[in-house]
Each structure stands twice: as C-alpha cells, then as structure tokens.
Design a protein around this ligand. Structure first.
Ligand SMILES: Nc1nc2c(ncn2[C@@H]2O[C@H](COP(=O)(O)OP(=O)(O)OP(=O)(O)O)[C@@H](O)[C@H]2O)c(=O)[nH]1
Ligand SMILES: [Mg+2]
Length: 341
C-alpha cells in the first residue's frame, strides 16, 4: 500500500459538471476495473484529483487518489478512464473518494423518469442507449430492441438472448492495443486508419516513446486504439514507465494487433503479457517492401492505404462477430459492459 494522498474537493465552478461512472460490471468484478471521469474542464479536474496532466491520447501510470495505482488514459477532451484493480471494495473506495472530492457518481439512472415520452421501460432504456452508443452499427440494432423484447421476460436467461458481451462493445468502445518491434510501421498504420496524423512516424526505431491513444471507427465499430512504443528484442532502452504502461494496457486489451514486416514470418504472440483468451490478429505491415512470408491474419501497406478496409473488417469481426450482429433474438443492451477478467 502506498502513501495516500488526500485531494481537496474539486472547485465545481472551475471543473464544470465533473462526474464519474463505473464502466465495468460490479456484479462480476474482473481483475481490472474501468472508472470513467467526465468533466468539461478536464485539466483542472485532473489537477484537483492529483492525476498527471494528460493530453488527449496520452496514457500514463498514475497514483489513483491514494487508493491504488493504475493507468490513466485520456480518450477525449472531456473523458479520462482510470483502471484500478477490480476488487469490489477497492472500486467502491475509489468511487467514494471521487464523490468526496466533488465528482458525483452518475450511472445511477432512472430511464423512465429521463424519457417520459417512451411507451415502455425497454424503449426508455433504448433511448438512453442510443444517446450513449459509440458505434454507428449500434443504431439499427437498438431501434429494433423494443420489438424484439415484446412478450419476452426481461430476466430471460442469457442463452436465450443475443450475445450481450459482444454487442455491448457497440455501446462501450473496446480497447485495441497495437504492438510489435520498433520501426515496422505501427504508427503509420494508426495514422492511416485515423486518416490524420495522431502518432509520430520516422524511419528509425524507437520513435514512439509513449503509448498514443485515439478513438477510431473501424467498419462501423468505435474502438479505443492504443499505438505503443516498439518492443525491441534486446537492449530495450524505452522508459520503464512507458513499458509498464504498455504492458498494463496489454493486460486489459480486448484485442491485440501484433505487427511485423510482411517479409518476416508471422510473429509469435505467446510471450506477450495478455490475459488468457485475448484475441490476437497478426498484422503484416509494409507489404509493398517484398514477398510476404504468409501466416499473418491481415496484410497492410499503410503508405498506399492498401488492406486497411480488410483490416478494419477483421478487427470488427474479432470483437463483434457477424453471428452476434445477425442474431435476431433480443439483446440485454442495458447491462453494464463485461468485466475485464
Ligand atoms: N515502404 C513502406 N514504408 C512504410 C510503411 N509504413 C511505414 N513505413 C515507414 O517505416 C518507417 C517506420 O514507421 P513508423 O510508423 O514510425 O514505425 P513504428 O513501428 O511506429 O516505429 P516505433 O515507433 O519506433 O516502434 C517510416 O519511415 C515509415 O514511413 C509502408 O506501408 N510501406
Ligand atoms: Mg511508432
């Protein structure tokens, strides 16, 4: 246990409507929980919480209000996720501490009071989910839910419903982490997928020094995408904090892209610190530089924009399979997202 800090209550006139939500399920806690902080004036809020100043896209290891240590990732101007260990008591302590310093917990919500125009509870929940859903692919599915639930018991067992763990990713963006040796084109790839320069690129190894996070839409699915510093085989001179942060992100990733040059044999992900069952796609980069060795799951040439649509489709299918999207049964879309075991 490290020394607790006691941040002063946040000045809400500066921090605006600062609040927090617990993004992982408390019914089935995993090893890591995700707590989201929402604030108009995020810089002031981070300072008041004793968290490091984060630019949009920045990820750091941080002391979490003296309660724990974990990652802090700024996904947008007004949202930062922090990832304490997932024990129920610890998450409760962190949530209480956030309340104490003025960030009310905002996920207790009565959909019927919020949407009095709705003609049923499911429809009220649907309107709320539509307002929060991150992915375009969620829209038609959500609009169809009141029809699908009519005559179905709300407490129907999971095996009679569509795959909520997969479909829930349409509402709460999953975490995708891209790793690989230095200088294979990882940052060029994220820039090509984003259609803009989010990560620095240069023709020398070790260019990316800290993980860079960005929200991307891939084949209609919004994801949190993390471009990490290259992992060298030997003599890795990366900062220890940058390495720890990248490893921390790998341990909670929903999908990992392991990248290497198309001319090399497909990489072996078995030595990566992933939790059991994490899906991996092996990506062949810089496919224009020579004959492919084969064995990869997807090939891209980011500088020419080749293979990007196929990669996006493969990512979407790995996270939200066609079978889940095409399942005609109801989806318990109001359930909290799956814990990260
Ligand atoms: N020919 C070719 N060059 C590429 C391609 N993608 C990236 N490159 C070049 O490869 C070099 C390294 O690219 P980066 O994107 O910085 O590689 P990285 O994997 O992020 O490197 P680190 O951050 O050091 O780990 C740069 O000179 C890029 O222009 C590609 O598809 N084809
Ligand atoms: Mg890079």
């Amino acid at each position: 246990m490290h020394s607790p800090t006691t941040p002063e209550p946040v000045d809400t006139t500066r921090a605006g409507d600062a609040r927090h939500t617990i993004a992982t399920s408390s019914a089935a806690p995993g090893a890591i929980a995700v707590v989201s902080i929402h604030a108009q004036d995020m810089d002031a809020t981070l300072e008041a919480l004793g968290l490091p100043a984060l630019r949009v896209g920045e990820v750091r290891l941080a002391d979490l209000l003296g309660v724990d240590r974990g990652l802090a990732a700024r996904w947008s101007q007004d949202r930062v996720d922090i990832t304490p260990h997932g024990g129920r008591h610890l998450v409760r302590r962190l949530s209480d501490e956030l309340e104490r310093v003025g960030l009310r917990r905002a996920d207790a919500f009565d959909p019927v009071a919020m949407y009095p125009e709705a003609s049923s509870v499911v429809e009220a929940r649907m309107l709320d989910a539509l307002a929060r859903a991150a992915s375009p692919r969620a829209i038609d599915l959500l609009l169809d839910q009141p029809r699908r639930w009519s005559g179905v018991d709300e407490d129907a067992p999971d095996d009679q419903l569509a795959d909520g763990a997969a479909l829930g990713r349409l509402i709460h963006p999953p975490l995708l982490v891209a790793v690989g040796a230095p200088n294979v084109g990882k940052s060029t790839l994220v820039n090509a997928l984003a259609g803009r320069s989010v990560s620095i690129v240069a023709d020398e190894p070790g260019v990316t020094r800290d993980s860079v996070g960005v929200v991307l839409e891939l084949d209609g699915l919004a994801v949190h995408y993390l471009d990490t510093p290259g992992i060298a085989d030997a003599g890795d001179n990366l900062g220890r904090d940058a390495q720890r942060a990248a490893r921390g992100a790998l341990a909670i990733a929903d999908l990992v892209l392991v990248c290497n040059d198309a001319t090399a044999p497909a990489p072996d992900p078995s030595s990566l610190p992933l939790r059991v069952g994490t899906p991996v796609l092996r990506i062949a980069t810089r496919a224009d530089l020579g004959e492919a060795q084969g064995g990869h799951d997807a090939r891209v040439c980011a500088v020419r924009g080749e293979g990007l649509a196929e990669l996006a489709a493969a990512v979407r299918a790995a996270l939200v399979p066609d079978a889940a999207l095409g399942d005609p049964r109801p989806w318990r879309f109001w359930a909290p997202p799956n814990p990260r075991p």
